[in-house]
Structures are given as structure tokens and as C-alpha cells.
Design a protein around this ligand. Structure first.
Ligand SMILES: [Ca+2]
Ligand SMILES: [Ca+2]
Length: 244
């Protein structure tokens, strides 16, 4: 048996690069929205690290029996080790609130434009999304929705029951796990992404390390498989038993 030595690797062609990765949101620039009374606070952040160039944050305080305690909604580079996006909300005592983050291109409006991103192809490089979720014992729901257009979109709900506390629980959702409306989202033609956090009264929650789940680029898989086959055949051909 012969082993391949480093000098023999010099003739190998470079592994083709992965398809260009879609940056969802680096979290910069950040958003911090305080609210102490009922009503809606809206914010728009712009930057090259944000998919579509704009992140909309909408904070709706539905009921605030003790306004002085305050509420906050956040989106900024968080506490994750890789510095990826952190989304969060801290509600005051008995406060009911809804937080919505929207990526639908630069429209300067909290109204969702379901085709605003202009057919982003996520399916070419990704199989789903991942994140780490924390939530206090007040219970609540995070919803993730991908639009292809107004009639065709797909949604996934993560609901934590009241009385259950989770801390940094990792979730990995495949695009195929999302529930379709209409024909469902075509993940090779995404026009908008909307994430919503709603919860029980006073619920505090954080969603960290939000990212797309990459899949091996097909050409790279074919290259590696082909190389393994060539290597196996070459090694097999050198065996004395095969030389006859
Ligand atoms: Ca927008
Ligand atoms: Ca919008």
C-alpha cells in the first residue's frame, strides 16, 4: 500500500468555493426600542450587513397595567460567541406586547412588502435556519415566516408553554418543516422574511445566533466524491494482487 504524501497533493485542483453566502443580518447597526405606555414604536436600520439593506423593528405594547416598569425590544450584535444577530424583548410586569422584525427591502414602511427582497435564492446554499432560544416561565411564541409573494408563504411557530423556562435551547428548522399558505414559499425566490415574538404577560425572551443552515455546495460534494473514487482506484491499482 502506498500513502499519498503532501508533495503529491500539489497537482490537485483547488476545491471549488461554496456558493456566495447570503448574509441575513449582522445586527449592525443595532436597534433598541423602549416603551412605557401602550402603542406602537417603529424603527428602521440600514446597512450592508442587513439582508435587503433594511431591518424594520415594530414594538406593539398592547396592555401595560404598570407603565412605569417599562418594556424594551432589542436587535443588536448580542451575546453570542460568533457575534451574530440577537433579537430580544423584555416586557414589564403583566405587559402584553408583540415584537416584529421585518426584512423586505428598503421601503421605509412597517407594512410588509412580500416581494421587497426581489427573489433571494436561499435554497441554493441553505436548508433551513438555526438559533438559540431563551424564554422565561411566562410562555410565548416565536414565529418565522418566509414570503415568496403575498399569496404564497411558509411559517413555523415555536411555542413554549407557560411554566416552562428555557435557556439557550438550540433549534434547527428545515425549510421543508414550515407550514405552507397557498403554495408555500419557494425558498429559491424569497421576497420577505418576518419574525414575530408574542408572549404571555410579562414574558422576557432572547433569540441568539440566528443564521441560515448551510448545505454542502453540490459541485463540492461531486468533487470530493470524485476525488475519493480516483484515490481508491489508484490505491487499488497499486496492490500486487491486482497487477496480474
Ligand atoms: Ca423594509
Ligand atoms: Ca416594510
Amino acid at each position: 500500500m502506498k500513502f499519498i504524501v503532501p508533495s503529491q497533493l500539489a497537482w490537485l485542483p483547488a476545491v471549488p468555493p461554496l456558493l456566495a453566502q447570503v448574509t441575513w443580518d449582522t445586527g449592525s447597526p443595532s436597534t433598541y426600542l423602549p416603551a412605557t405606555t401602550t402603542g406602537t414604536v417603529t424603527d428602521f436600520q440600514h446597512g450592508p450587513g442587513i439582508l435587503g439593506g433594511e431591518r424594520e423593528s415594530v414594538f406593539e405594547v398592547l396592555s401595560a397595567p404598570f407603565p412605569s416598569f417599562g418594556n424594551t425590544m432589542q436587535a443588536y450584535p448580542g451575546y453570542g460567541l460568533d457575534g451574530t444577530t440577537f433579537l430580544g424583548a423584555s416586557r414589564g410586569i403583566n405587559v402584553l406586547a408583540r415584537c416584529t422584525w421585518v426584512w423586505d427591502g428598503i421601503d421605509g414602511s412597517p407594512t410588509i412588502n412580500p416581494t421587497g427582497l426581489g427573489n433571494v435564492d436561499l435554497a441554493a446554499a441553505f436548508s433551513g435556519i438555526e438559533f438559540d432560544l431563551s424564554m422565561d416561565e411566562n410562555g410565548g411564541t416565536w414565529s418565522f415566516r418566509f414570503y415568496t409573494d403575498a399569496s404564497n408563504y411558509s411559517t413555523y411557530h415555536v411555542s413554549i408553554p407557560s411554566g416552562t423556562l428555557i435557556s439557550g435551547t438550540h433549534y434547527s428548522l428545515g425549510f421543508s418543516d414550515f407550514l405552507p399558505t397557498g403554495a408555500g414559499a419557494d425558498f429559491s425566490r424569497i421576497g420577505a422574511i418576518v419574525i414575530t415574538s408574542e408572549g404571555g404577560a410579562g414574558m422576557d425572551t432572547e433569540l441568539d445566533n440566528l443564521r441560515f443552515t448551510p448545505v454542502p455546495e453540490p459541485r463540492q460534494v461531486a468533487w470530493v466524491t470524485g476525488w475519493a473514487l480516483v484515490t481508491w482506484r489508484a490505491a487499488r491499482g497499486r496492490r500486487p494482487a491486482d497487477a496480474t
